[in-house]
Design a protein around this ligand. Structure first.
Ligand code: GLA
Length: 381
């Protein structure tokens, strides 16, 4: 990322210097659509991030410039100042959530840019929220810790963007640690760093370049299915607060009380939480073949039960299997974006070549390939 482009633009727009902050996108090894069900996830922050330069401007307005889009926005921070541009809503939302928590957030000037691909399942929006959350908190010494900043980012999605997401993306962006994945319990927010250095293997993302838009409602519908089933199970088992507390026997008990669609989606989630725990055990033993096997199972579940895959991603998954890749699956919310692949070093070149060629031949789109490098979370530069 060319940080001096941000620097130069800031200088030319505002005639002064500011302070630079960054927050990264994320991968998730396994544990998909489990976060908003109180389950576990296993994300890591990556070397692709959002960057912003920021400086107080002694007004009550935010003047923001999105360098990648060459667009500017100016807005106040009162309740009826919601900006019209989508990207500005993230900045506004973060400020509003801070104000709701009793803090004073004066106006500022900012320029931002990033290299997290949009709509690719690497959480560009969480990176943006966390970048601004961290920057504003530090600039005005507001005293929020990283947990609160992650929750502020999540609340921004809920209240200003309309995506009822879980906490995984913002948490990974705020808490990322170089070389480690984060095993996060999404209910208690207890977490452990799991050093990730799969000897003999590489992690690579293949971007289908089919873009997804979680706000279109499919994501929120999946969440609603889980809530419906949880409510049905709770009638029989009052201790079940979230789907994470349920097991397959409890689910079977309510088969006639919920829709077939809600049932199958919840089955996926209950199985996925267990899959993550199994994968973590295998990781501890350094058994990456088992980890990979679980990733394939997750893909099948996401595709056939949770219905968040698509033809392009299923195709990439098939290619991985044919090439002998240890593990492969759709990553993130779904409906497009990337597959994440755990591949033996000696198979890497052949797999990547074949994936690019056959995908391009079939869909007339050249997929993008990213090697995963696990990096640190939000920080001042
Ligand atoms: C999106 C959401 C996350 C999570 C994933 C699916 O990335 O923002 O909270 O639910 O989808 O695991």
């Amino acid at each position: 990322m060319e940080l001096n482009l941000i620097q130069d633009k800031f200088k030319s727009l505002f005639g002064t210097e500011g302070t630079m902050y960054t927050s990264p996108g994320r991968i998730n090894l396994i544990g998909e659509h489990t976060d908003y069900n109180g389950g576990f996830v296993l994300p890591g922050a990556i070397d692709k991030a959002m960057y912003c330069k920021i400086k107080p401007n002694d007004t009550d307005k935010v003047r923001a410039y999105a360098l990648d889009l060459e667009e500017s926005a100016e807005f106040g921070l009162y309740e009826n100042d919601l900006p019209s541009k989508q990207w500005a809503k993230y900045i506004y939302g973060v400020c509003r959530e801070m104000i709701k928590k009793g803090k004073n957030v004066p106006g500022f000037d900012c320029v931002f840019a990033g290299d997290v691909p949009l709509g690719a399942g690497m959480s560009s929006s969480a990176a943006l929220e966390s970048c601004f959350g961290f920057a504003i908190n530090d600039t005005y010494d507001l005293g929020f810790d990283r947990f609160e900043l992650a929750l502020i980012g999540q609340a921004t999605e809920h209240n200003y963007v309309g995506v009822m997401c879980g906490i995984m993306d913002q948490f990974a962006s705020c808490f990322g640690k170089e070389g480690s994945l984060i095993r996060l319990d999404c209910r208690s927010l207890e977490y452990q760093y799991v050093p990730f250095n799969p000897e003999g293997y590489r992690l690579v993302l293949i971007n289908s370049c089919v873009s997804h838009n979680l706000a279109e409602g499919a994501y929120n519908k999946r969440r609603k299915s889980c809530e419906n089933v949880t409510a049905a199970i709770r009638k029989h088992h009052s201790e079940v607060e979230l789907l994470r507390d349920a097991n397959l026997d409890m689910l079977r008990e309510v088969a006639n009380e919920v829709s077939a669609e809600d049932y199958i989606r919840s089955e996926f989630v209950i199985e996925e939480i267990q899959r993550l725990l199994d994968a973590c055990k295998a990781l501890k033993k350094g058994d990456y073949e088992i980890v990979g096997k679980k990733m394939y199972e997750t893909h099948i579940g996401l595709s056939q039960k949770y219905a968040v895959s698509c033809e392009e991603l299923d195709f990439l998954n098939d290619i991985a299997r044919e090439c002998g890749v240890a593990g492969s699956r759709v990553m993130g919310g779904g409906f497009g974006g990337c597959t994440i692949n755990l591949v033996k070093n000696e198979l890497y070149d052949g797999f990547v070549k074949r994936a690019i060629e056959s995908y391009e031949q079939k869909f007339k789109i050249k997929p993008k390939v990213y090697d995963v490098v696990i990096k640190n979370g939000a920080r001042r530069l």
